[in-house]
Design a protein around this ligand. Sequence first.
Ligand SMILES: [Fe+2]
Length: 290
Amino acid sequence: MKKKTDLKKLEKRRKQVRGIGIRLLLLLLFIAMAYGANNRIEVSEYTYETSQLSFSFDGFRIVQLSDLHNKIFPKNNETLLREVRALEPDIIVLTGDAIDGKTHTDIPAALQFMEQAVQIAPVYYVSGNHEHAVQQDIFTQYLEKVKELGVRYLSNEAVQISTESGQTFTLIGMDDNSLQANILQTLTADAKDDFQVLLAHEPQYLTESYAPSGADLVLAGHAHGGQFRIPFVHQGIWAPDQGLFPKLTEGSFTEGDTTMYVSRGLGNSAFPLRLCNHPEIVSVTLRVVK
Ligand SMILES: [Fe+2]
């Protein structure tokens, strides 16, 4: 009788151990998935065809990095820089939130990254909402250092990007605080005969502002891919300023003659975790067709 009771106890113990084992395995699987979703970088490559540029821009490559939020990829961002280098960009554009302005501001980390990035290609940078969340005097000092490194910070400015043969297009960089103002219309009107690439952190103004301004190509971020993505259906769960099941979180969008590419970005803000949503580098190759 005693033996039977012992056997029952043993069986119960075995079941408990198996249950704990399965839970541990699931936890490890979740950790591995979460680590991958937050650290394994994906490159999204687009080819943008246009007849508006001279052939000297055929193959010109713009590499976009967005929403780094002071994330440091392994070995002082060497993983990220290696990916960028391999793309052989003609220019690199940073479309905002390079620093996190709320929970983990790390200005030395952002500067260290930029110092390396300018060795690869000219870097153009616009603010996101997080740059404006940093205390004003700290932000001013940060910008001085950014400029010293040779990064071109564009705050409601247009610059000419040129090839060796002297052909140009206009690159416009909007300050995140000015996206709803009329400044963009003025900047695009001044360069209305040029091919125009617009850097604007927040994608949700495509219909009301970017497309009516006449910009040809827009590069945006901000939405972090919707933070958690539902597998297979390419749908994010939530994004700032778009709410639940947001539309503009990754990929290509067209409104009239304007095309916008939205990056899922690279890092995280206050919410420290992405799921099914790998950090993303966007690479745009210009293809000239006549
Ligand atoms: Fe962001």
